[in-house]
Design a protein around this ligand. Structure first.
Ligand SMILES: Cc1cc2nc3c(=O)[nH]c(=O)nc-3n(C[C@H](O)[C@H](O)[C@H](O)COP(=O)(O)O)c2cc1C
Length: 204
């Protein structure tokens, strides 16, 4: 996508001052809530999951699973129904929902896979960056009813819920309900000086 056609890049990035010359894709990725409601094509959804598929994981165990729903389907009603009200308010206009779950035990030997959440997090970030490249919005949500998820998503005890990801075609911030409108802006980060330390954390 041409940068000038990318609605996500027309946001106000003034709070995002680079701390060092990392690739712009990292600073330019953000989590919009305003989406048009247009369904994603299955091809686009596959492309996003494909990006997640190539993520690194401990022993290449690939613990992530992408359970998706497109609008106006029975699956949508079930996954959308898991979201907390505060997220339903805006995610109703997403073009797809993906419940990201992870296998908590290795398939090879059933031993606990201590890094399954860390691995699933890398899959989310790959999907988010791929979405950004495609001019699509990607917004992860922890705010859903995790207790109901195993039954709705068909999860055995071997799986843990990580996030439900709203994906969609971006829309103007003006289309959001008032309390969300002013938050529809790329957020700042702590400076590198508060995050990066030689050898050990400084003593408090
Ligand atoms: C694991 C995870 C869970 C999140 N849960 C929610 C959520 O339930 N609702 C929401 O509106 N945003 C949620 N967010 C979005 C974060 O608030 C957002 O990523 C953060 O403020 C940084 O903003 P940015 O993604 O635009 O850079 C979540 C993000 C992550 C990574």
């Amino acid at each position: 996508m041409n940068d000038k056609d990318n609605l996500l890049l027309s946001a106000d990035f003034s709070q995002r001052t680079p701390g060092a010359p990392a690739h712009d894709q990292f600073r330019q990725r953000w989590s919009p809530r305003s989406m048009t409601g247009q369904a994603l094509s299955l091809q686009d959804l596959e492309t996003l999951c494909e990006a997640g598929r190539w993520s690194p994981s401990c022993f290449n165990s690939q613990p992530w699973r992408f359970i998706y729903a497109l609008p106006n389907t029975p699956e949508w009603d079930r996954i959308f129904g898991l979201l907390m009200d505060v997220n339903q308010l805006w995610a109703a206009k997403a073009g797809a929902l993906v419940a990201l779950v992870s296998r908590t035990r290795f398939e090879a030997n059933d031993a606990p896979a201590a890094t399954h959440s860390f691995d699933a997090g890398s899959a989310w970030m790959s999907m988010a960056l791929q979405a950004q490249h495609m001019g699509l919005a990607a917004h992860a949500m922890w705010g859903f009813h995790h207790d109901q998820a195993p039954q709705v998503l068909g999860l055995s005890d071997a799986f843990a819920t990580q996030a439900i990801i709203a994906l969609g075609h971006p829309a103007s911030a003006d289309d959001l309900p008032e309390p969300l409108r002013e938050r529809e802006v790329p957020s700042p980060r702590k400076p590198l000086s508060e995050l990066m330390f030689p050898g050990a954390l400084p003593r408090a």
